[in-house]
Design a protein around this ligand. Structure first.
Ligand code: ZN
Length: 92
C-alpha cells in the first residue's frame, strides 16, 4: 500500500497550453507527456493508416489517433473539447 504513482499535472491548463502539448509534442493535453500506442493500425481513413495512442496517467481517459510516431495526431471526438475554443463549442 501507499505506492500508487501520481503523475503531476502542469499548472497551465489553458487551451493554448493544451494545444501546444498535443499538436507540437503529441502529448496528453492535460498531462503533457507522450501517449503510448494502445491499439493496432487501421487503414480505413482517407488520411492514411493510423493507430490509437492513450494517456492512462492517473486514470486519464484521453485517446487520440496517430498517423505516425511523429504525428500528425488527432484527438478522438469525445476528447476534442479539451483543446477546443469554448466559443466554438457553444455555437454548435
Ligand atoms: Zn493524460
Amino acid at each position: 500500500m501507499g505506492n500508487k504513482k501520481i503523475h503531476r499535472v502542469p499548472a497551465d491548463q489553458s487551451l493554448a497550453a493544451r494545444r501546444k502539448r498535443f499538436y507540437e509534442d503529441g502529448g496528453c493535453p492535460i498531462h503533457g507527456v507522450a501517449m503510448g500506442q494502445s491499439d493496432g493500425w487501421y487503414d480505413n481513413d482517407p488520411w492514411g493508416p493510423y493507430t490509437i495512442i492513450s494517456c492512462g496517467r492517473n486514470g486519464c481517459p484521453v485517446e487520440a489517433r496517430a498517423f505516425s510516431p511523429e504525428g500528425p495526431w488527432d484527438l478522438l471526438p469525445e476528447y476534442a473539447y479539451l483543446i477546443e475554443d469554448e466559443t466554438i463549442e457553444h455555437s454548435r
